[in-house]
Design a binder for this molecule. Structure first.
Ligand SMILES: N[C@@H](CCC(=O)N[C@@H](CS)C(=O)NCC(=O)O)C(=O)O
Length: 204
């Protein structure tokens, strides 16, 4: 295992945090998880805002380097620790395609599955019907897109798969049944078969 000084500030039920942890684990990196007490507002205190001005998890600290935001962490880890270059290829078209899925993970997925799950799990006072409609619309599109594909971009896994995995897997917690999405379920299985895959909260 690669010896490093990687610390991931996260929350156990945060899917965004799991995206980052998944990449750390798949790359075979040694990392420490630091829980941030979101319930008591630790993430909005000045000390944590020094790490992320937005006051959100996840944040990755690698020695003197601080990276906030799950997509940014995926990019950083791939560029720094993936010697094969497969997780974030340099070719312009592939890079653009990957960015497109990172945007979907941060926009449509947040408006839909992330919000619906937050309403269900945390009782957030938001519009559940709107979030479910957004979730279904994205899942329908992704299921059609994944017909005949193994991965989101190209012929092998990239950080696009990691960015989209966690909240798709957690869709049942958002109140969405996944039975009809056979292409998505096949793709979830592909991600789960990657060497080093780790489920949410599997690390003690
Ligand atoms: N764009 C950010 C979103 C991160 C995010 O929404 N984190 C949530 C936990 S899953 C959080 O820290 N929420 C607390 C808050 O926003 O006050 C990312 O991809 O990391």
């Amino acid at each position: 295992m690669h010896v490093s000084n990687l610390k991931l500030y996260r929350h156990p039920i945060s899917g965004h945090s799991h995206r980052a942890e998944l990449m750390l684990s798949i790359l075979g990196l040694d990392y420490e998880l630091i829980n941030v007490d979101l319930k008591n507002g630790e993430h909005k205190k000045p000390q944590f805002r020094k790490l992320n001005m937005l006051g959100q998890v996840p944040v990755l600290v690698d020695g003197d380097t601080v990276i906030a935001d799950s997509s940014a962490i995926l990019v950083y880890l791939a560029k720094t620790y993936d010697k094969t270059g497969a997780w974030l290829p340099d070719a312009a078209v592939e890079l653009a395609e990957i960015q497109r899925f990172l945007s979907i993970a941060s926009h449509q997925m947040v408006k839909g599955l992330v919000t619906a799950r937050a309403i269900k799990l945390l009782g957030k006072d938001l519009d559940y019907t709107a979030a479910i409609n957004e979730s279904i619309s994205l899942l329908n599109l992704l299921d059609e897109y994944l017909n005949g594909r193994e991965w989101m971009v190209g012929e092998q896994h990239t950080i696009a798969d990691i960015a989209l995995y966690t909240y798709t897997k957690l869709a049942p917690e958002a109140g969405v049944k996944m039975d009809i999405y056979s292409n998505i379920r096949h793709w979830l299985g592909n991600v789960e078969s990657i060497n080093g895959f780790i489920s949410m909260n599997a690390k003690k």
